[in-house]
Design a protein. Structure first.
Length: 238
């Protein structure tokens, strides 16, 4: 399975420069990015709020309230932002991607593309790969901001930490590398979501049950690979 996914990824990357269809790519980006904003907003907002609730009280007790904002920003930028966005995208977009392609496979639409001398990898997987590689990092930037705002809201209203102390701690302790590393992870996670979704979609068993099985396997496999690569990338980047 790993070898087949690697070969599919290589084939997708080879097909990317060929006959790009901007309209199709923009449709995929809209579906992946704009339609995913609400769930990303809720997930990262509540994550930032919960982190602050769990951590700020202990920091205030030991006189370290001036580090709350920086810790939230670093934790979100390095780990929680890209990982949570990747998991949410795999659950929402990866599943839809697999269901759509597997339905086309079951109803022999992919065979029809081959009969018309159209490469199904370039036609179906290419735009989805580009959309994932662009929109997952953008969603990560947006999620990082929402998480930091959620932490600021709790720290100000619940713990009484001033605006200056919170935002100054971010300037003092967080730097560009904390966020650029997370964006690198997001690009890789986007490639994983697109590759796994297309892999299981194009190899779905026959029938309606096969579509459901392929969708479930796609989501589970994507999340496992995301967590595995997160460990490897964290070791390499930090």
């Amino acid at each position: 399975m790993v070898g087949d996914m690697t070969l599919l990824l290589w084939e997708i990357l080879k097909q990317l420069p060929k006959k790009l269809r901007p309209k199709h790519i923009l449709q995929q980006m809209s579906h992946l990015g704009v339609d995913t904003l609400p769930i990303v907003s809720l997930t990262l907002l509540f994550t930032g709020m919960v982190m602050t609730l769990q951590m700020a009280g202990e920091m205030i007790q030991f006189g370290a309230e001036s580090t709350v904002g920086g810790v939230i920003a670093i934790a979100t930028g390095r780990e929680l932002g890209p990982v949570l966005v990747g998991v949410v995208t795999a659950g929402r977009v990866g599943s839809a991607m697999t269901a759509e392609i597997s339905t086309m496979k079951v109803t022999e639409q992919i065979d029809a593309l081959r009969c018309m001398a159209v490469n199904p990898v370039g036609y179906l997987a290419g735009p989805r790969m580009l959309a994932c590689m662009v929109m997952v990092p953008l969603l990560t930037v947006y999620g990082n901001l929402i998480s930091v705002l959620g932490g600021w809201l709790v720290s100000k209203e619940y713990f009484g930490i001033s605006n200056y102390v919170y935002w100054h701690s971010i300037e003092q302790y967080a730097d560009g590398a904390d966020f650029s590393g997370g964006l690198i992870k997001a690009v890789v996670f986007g490639m994983v979501i697109a590759t796994v979704g297309c892999y299981y979609g194009m190899r779905a068993p026959e029938g309606a049950q096969g579509v459901g099985m392929a969708t479930t396997r796609s989501v589970v496999t994507s999340i496992i690979i995301i967590f595995l690569l997160n460990v490897i990338l964290s070791w390499m980047l930090y």
